[in-house]
Design a protein. Structure first.
Length: 95
Protein backbone atom coordinates (compact mmCIF):
# COMPACT_ATOMS: atom_id res chain seq x y z
CA UNK A 1 0.00 0.00 0.00
CA UNK A 2 1.31 3.42 -0.98
CA UNK A 3 2.08 5.79 1.90
CA UNK A 4 0.02 9.03 1.83
CA UNK A 5 1.97 12.12 0.81
CA UNK A 6 2.76 14.75 3.40
CA UNK A 7 1.01 18.12 2.94
CA UNK A 8 4.39 19.89 2.63
CA UNK A 9 5.39 17.56 -0.23
CA UNK A 10 2.15 18.39 -2.05
CA UNK A 11 2.78 22.12 -1.50
CA UNK A 12 6.35 21.79 -2.79
CA UNK A 13 5.14 20.11 -5.98
CA UNK A 14 2.54 22.85 -6.49
CA UNK A 15 5.19 25.58 -6.18
CA UNK A 16 7.55 23.71 -8.53
CA UNK A 17 4.95 23.80 -11.34
CA UNK A 18 3.74 27.35 -10.61
CA UNK A 19 4.23 30.21 -13.07
CA UNK A 20 7.11 31.62 -11.01
CA UNK A 21 9.07 28.39 -11.53
CA UNK A 22 8.83 28.90 -15.30
CA UNK A 23 9.44 32.66 -15.28
CA UNK A 24 12.30 34.08 -17.30
CA UNK A 25 15.42 34.52 -15.18
CA UNK A 26 14.33 31.96 -12.55
CA UNK A 27 16.06 28.66 -11.83
CA UNK A 28 14.33 26.55 -9.17
CA UNK A 29 15.72 23.34 -7.66
CA UNK A 30 14.31 20.98 -5.06
CA UNK A 31 16.76 20.55 -2.18
CA UNK A 32 16.51 17.06 -0.73
CA UNK A 33 18.64 16.94 2.39
CA UNK A 34 19.27 13.57 3.96
CA UNK A 35 21.86 11.24 5.39
CA UNK A 36 22.61 7.84 4.00
CA UNK A 37 25.28 5.20 3.52
CA UNK A 38 26.57 4.31 0.07
CA UNK A 39 26.62 0.66 -0.94
CA UNK A 40 29.96 -0.79 0.09
CA UNK A 41 30.67 1.95 2.66
CA UNK A 42 30.35 2.05 6.42
CA UNK A 43 30.39 5.84 6.66
CA UNK A 44 27.27 8.01 6.58
CA UNK A 45 27.18 10.82 4.03
CA UNK A 46 25.08 13.98 3.92
CA UNK A 47 23.15 14.86 0.77
CA UNK A 48 21.72 18.21 -0.31
CA UNK A 49 22.75 21.50 1.27
CA UNK A 50 22.63 20.07 4.77
CA UNK A 51 20.30 19.76 7.70
CA UNK A 52 17.96 22.71 8.08
CA UNK A 53 18.46 24.05 4.56
CA UNK A 54 15.52 25.37 2.54
CA UNK A 55 13.13 23.11 0.61
CA UNK A 56 13.59 24.97 -2.65
CA UNK A 57 16.66 26.82 -3.84
CA UNK A 58 16.15 29.51 -6.46
CA UNK A 59 18.35 31.75 -8.48
CA UNK A 60 16.24 34.76 -9.44
CA UNK A 61 18.04 37.01 -11.90
CA UNK A 62 21.35 36.23 -10.23
CA UNK A 63 20.12 36.42 -6.62
CA UNK A 64 20.07 33.41 -4.27
CA UNK A 65 16.70 32.69 -2.66
CA UNK A 66 16.06 29.90 -0.16
CA UNK A 67 12.38 29.02 0.09
CA UNK A 68 11.23 27.04 3.15
CA UNK A 69 7.71 25.75 2.61
CA UNK A 70 5.31 25.18 5.48
CA UNK A 71 1.63 24.34 5.57
CA UNK A 72 -0.67 26.30 7.89
CA UNK A 73 0.31 24.44 11.08
CA UNK A 74 3.96 23.99 10.08
CA UNK A 75 6.78 25.42 12.19
CA UNK A 76 10.49 25.71 11.49
CA UNK A 77 12.75 23.35 13.39
CA UNK A 78 15.75 24.79 15.26
CA UNK A 79 18.19 23.67 12.51
CA UNK A 80 16.02 25.43 9.90
CA UNK A 81 16.04 28.64 11.94
CA UNK A 82 19.85 28.38 12.22
CA UNK A 83 20.20 27.93 8.45
CA UNK A 84 17.90 30.91 7.81
CA UNK A 85 20.04 33.12 10.10
CA UNK A 86 23.24 32.07 8.30
CA UNK A 87 21.71 32.84 4.90
CA UNK A 88 20.49 36.25 6.07
CA UNK A 89 23.91 37.08 7.56
CA UNK A 90 25.26 36.76 4.02
CA UNK A 91 22.63 39.29 2.84
CA UNK A 92 20.89 36.56 0.86
CA UNK A 93 17.15 35.97 0.75
CA UNK A 94 15.36 33.29 2.78
CA UNK A 95 11.58 33.15 2.82
Amino acid sequence: MKKPRRPEDILTDEVRVSPIARAEGVLMMRNNSAQGVRVGSDHPELFGLGEGSADLILCVRGRFVGLELKVKKGKQREKQEDWERKVQMLSLIHI
